[in-house]
Design a protein around this ligand. Sequence first.
Ligand code: GLY
Ligand code: MN
Ligand code: MN
Length: 436
Amino acid sequence: MKASEFLRRRRQLMRMIGRGGIGILPAAPARLRNRDVEYPYRQDSDFFYITGFPEPEAIAVLAPGRPQGEYILFCRDRDPLRETWDGARAGPEQAVSGYGASDAFPISDVDEILPGIIEQAERVYYTMGANPEFDSRLIGWVTALRSRGSPGTHTPDEFIALDHFLHDMRLYKSRAELGCLRRAAAVTTSAHRRAMARCQPGLHEYEIEAEYLHEFRRHGMQPAYLPIVGSGPNACVLHYSANRRQMQEGDLLLVDAGSEHDCYAADVTRTWPVGGRFTPAQRAIYEVVLEAQQAAFRAIAAGNHWNEPHDAAVAVIARGLRRLGILEGTPAAIIRNGDYRRFFMHRTGHWLGMDVHDVGDYKVGDQWRMLEPGMVLTVEPGIYIPPGTRGVAPRWQGIGVRIEDDVLVTGDGIEVLTGDLPTDPDAIEALVGTAA
Ligand code: GLY
Ligand code: MN
Ligand code: MN
């Protein structure tokens, strides 16, 4: 992503903050996995959105109207010894030359310098509660100012939630962001094709997972979240990620996997028969879920509210479960009393962006939010009937189906960013096992 995109975002956020305010954003800390082994580092989404700066131990400060510079970046100093072990660091000089900071300082000087900048501000914009360690440092800096006690020392009058402004910005995707989302979507759909082609009975779920990792990594991407590769009964476990069962002829396989490109995620689920042919019962459930997804697509349009696609999917699923004899009563009653939730227990989608469950409010006050061009959401209805479900005929038990695609709201309709990956059951059957 170009430097100008980050500059545009900082300017927009600074207009919201206004003169007299400062915004403070910490980088994500590096985290230990076990003993001295770290998790792969992933920058904090808010911090990256504003800075494009990829390193830990950094703090960005936005101070609209500050004469010495409006964008200050604290970051790790250069350190030849550490860089021999861990790789290059930008250092304050490159923070200015390469990342657009107007002023940059070593992070080791933050306790000296930042309180003086905070002192100039009337309002501090900051995301409270997300990073407890940083919360207490910030309070420490304000306390240090107070305890100076000298006449004329000023402390800010207000602390304001920064995420409120920032997350609303992040909800509307720019052209550059859509480029990243499309790229992640393309690699993700090609990974699904690869996995379907190589699927056959006898493989383990982790072998299918490996096909996704292969496709993501060979494009320089990584998973945006833990891949869910659930066969047979595991398709009914919503957040299954052990991925270690051996798959059998007759199983359905549900894979929910998406890659991340430059901090932008795809989130795609397909469900297919391991042996290449749906049983009649599997196909019947699959077709209800597919019809629910298509109904949800039709309910997405600028000016419709957030919950309309969910209502549309629920209506199809309630009718379908009634038609198949899995639920009793009228569809209206099934919806009213929530019976469908036994088999469709999650929502039909969520915002998608830098975070797979992206930021942005779903309601304004107590009303569902209106959909607008530039918003991106997932559409992912499902039906899950675990083995042993009471009151359900054996032929339905052990069937779990979800179909998930990523959708952009446009000025005159929708664009399914992942739409080149088939959902039609015949087309799915035609893809399975072709390279096995
Ligand atoms: N992969 C998480 C979700 O579908 O929401
Ligand atoms: Mn998903
Ligand atoms: Mn999802």
